[in-house]
Design a protein around this ligand. Sequence first.
Ligand SMILES: [Zn+2]
Length: 259
Amino acid sequence: MSENKNETADRSEGPASGASQARRRAGSQAIDEVQRVFESLRNAVLDQRLPPGLQLKEQALADAFGVNRAVVRQVLSRLEVFRLVSHEPNRGVFVAHPSAAEGRDLFTARRFIEAAIVELAVERLRDADIERLRALVKREQQAYADGDLRKALRLSIDFHTKLADAVGNTVLAAFLDEIVTRTPLVVLAHRKASQPTCALSDHAQILDAIAARDVERAKALMIEHVGHLQGRLALDPGAKRSDSNIARLLGLDAVDNPI
Ligand SMILES: [Zn+2]
């Protein structure tokens, strides 16, 4: 909101002065910083680096990213819109801790949306699209074989979002993106002892069914696949954790301060 105020003030000054240009530059730099910090935190959620219930302190984030607290506040507001963090009055801002009921709702929504995406994929995907997705699945399998779980996890998520993108329905893709981004929080909040991930051969089999233009099999495999992940979660509530070292969790402790 502060950028809007600055822009209005600049326009009222008539021809751009050096000072107003400098303010505009500072404004667009702040927007870039908001975007950069937002993406970093969103990626940290996707990589399961931010545990549900973790307190996010403004100053610690500002120090970790080398930005001011106003930037951090804007980022936290945006993350709240996507329900990745929750603001608790008089307590602070916490990484969202989805309830068991929310988790069940999320997986139900995923089954419907991903079944619809697969149905459209059978209709619309060209051979080149399928080959691109096969290459992604190969990289995912290689990452598992190399023991690089974080990379494998990201590629697993990419499989679902890239399939949605390839189908070309922007509304379905946006729905899925929002839901998939919240999935790691549900997994972390409600997982059993082992790390639940997409089953290794499922993605390749779903692609085979799409390539064979077998809509019923492709949908059944996708619904089973999402159900398999849900089945590995214990949907009982967990406890909140305290902020230990936000820079370390974000992998920023060794990064140069950009300012
Ligand atoms: Zn999957």
